[in-house]
Design a protein around this ligand. Structure first.
Ligand code: PLP
Length: 408
């Protein structure tokens, strides 16, 4: 079997530099008052993450509680329809229904080792809030989740799940009363209790060391997928595809393949309903670099640098920023980024349901729609898709659309 990337010497740009930069991107654009908390976190990450003790504990929780390794499924009907060989990495089978649990339990274990007395988190659609609330319940850590009041109304079942796990859900009415405002509020909480509080961020975004930390925890996706694919089929994929919101499931899948030049890596952004501002969430395809939530990266902004509203039918992709490592990979050309529309995602979702008996999350349906396009352009290619989560949470949205939308 081939070496893993970790063993490969001379891998460029694998870790961010001392300032937390991935080439031009990343860094720590935070108020001075937050620096001690961030410095403490960075020290903790450096010390704890590589320790054998932590690695063992993390692996044990992933296996015995979070349901890893998740399956790798062949998708013969999608393959037949699209004219390619399609493989699905089944993060929908992970505990709480998506890849987010890998990061949540990993950081909760880190928080406990750093002697945190409580955890705060932000959530948009509620998926990260649910994963965090579950991980904190598992480890006996009190948990407060900040959530925009608009999102609280839209995502009632996830609010209920968080409460069942004993989390306190705090409504945020400021700003846009959605994810962006919730992140601001969680950071404010962290600043006011920096010693006892651990801020558990949900994607490869935010100030250094979060983009690095979350990548390291999510890279289990690609490590497993690579090993499974080699065992079952004897070869690496030609193309690996994942959807990109903040970018954690995509980085988690891609990381293991970055050094494999034969593997094309493709990130799929939410093209929404059109290419005008406010109609999509395609930060890498249609944005330009700027600072959001403590990090310099591609961003949807107007001519004056004001952050623009984003749109996607999938709440988990509806974020105007993106992780800095993706910005670096975009500019270096190692990863390609494409967009698919709401409509294309819905069609791919329907095909996956009826063809494979799997209801994917709307986010993951974007990766499937991207894979479909790539299959048509590359007949016979072996395509590995990160099916980042299950779609049960999206049933309300899907039912409101009526029958026609997902059927083709
Ligand atoms: C949150 C979420 C995403 C988007 O987040 P990333 O950090 O880009 O992975 C994608 N898929 C599912 C199922 C999600 O819940």
């Amino acid at each position: 079997m081939k070496q893993t990337t970790q063993e490969k010497p001379g891998l460029q740009n694998d870790a961010p530099d001392a300032d937390g930069r991935f080439a031009d991107f990343g860094g720590r654009f935070v108020p001075e008052i937050l620096m001690p908390a961030i410095a403490r976190l960075e020290e903790g990450v450096k010390r704890v993450l590589p320790s054998d003790d932590f690695v063992r504990e993390f692996q044990r929780e992933l296996r015995s509680w979070a349901g890893r390794p998740t399956a790798l499924s062949s998708a013969p009907e999608l393959g037949r329809r699209w004219g390619a060989e399609v493989w699905l990495k089944r993060e929908d089978l992970a505990h709480t229904g998506a890849h987010k649990i890998n990061n949540a339990i990993g950081q909760a274990l880190l928080a406990r080792r750093l002697d945190a007395k409580r955890v705060v988190a932000e959530t948009g659609a509620g998926q990260h809030g649910v994963a965090t609330a579950a991980a904190c319940a598992r480890l006996g850590l009190p948990c407060t989740v900040y959530m925009g009041s608009v999102d609280i109304r839209r995502q009632a079942p996830n609010v209920a799940r968080m409460k069942m796990f004993g989390a306190e859900v705090v409504a945020v009415d400021s700003g846009d009363a959605t994810l962006r405002a919730a992140i601001d509020e969680a950071m404010r909480d962290w600043v006011s209790n920096p010693v006892d509080t651990y801020y558990l961020l949900g994607s490869v975004v935010g100030p250094h060391p979060y983009p690095y930390l979350v990548r390291e925890l999510q890279s289990v996706i690609g490590r497993e997928a690579r090993q499974q694919l080699l065992e079952i089929s004897g070869a690496l994929p030609d193309i690996a595809v994942a959807c990109v919101g903040g970018g954690s499931n995509a980085i988690g899948l891609f990381h293991e393949f970055i050094a494999e030049e034969s593997v094309r890596l493709v990130g799929v952004e939410a093209g929404g309903t059109g290419s005008q501002p406010g109609e999509h969430a395609a930060s890498l395809s249609r944005g330009r670099p700027g600072v959001l939530h403590g990090c310099y990266s591609f961003l949807l902004q107007d001519a004056d640098g004001q952050v623009l509203a984003s749109h996607s039918i999938s709440a988990g992709l509806d974020y105007p920023g993106v992780g800095p490592e993706h910005s670096m990979r975009r500019n270096s050309g190692r990863v390609e980024y494409i967009t698919v529309t709401d409509q294309e995602a819905l069609h791919a979702l329907g095909e996956c349901c009826r063809g494979e008996g799997i209801l994917p999350a709307l986010e993951s349906a974007h990766a499937l729609a991207g894979a479909k396009r790539l299959a048509k352009e590359n007949p016979g290619a072996k395509i590995l898709v990160c099916l980042s989560g299950r779609g049960d949470k999206d049933l309300d949205t899907l039912m409101q659309l009526g029958d026609g939308e997902c059927l083709q």
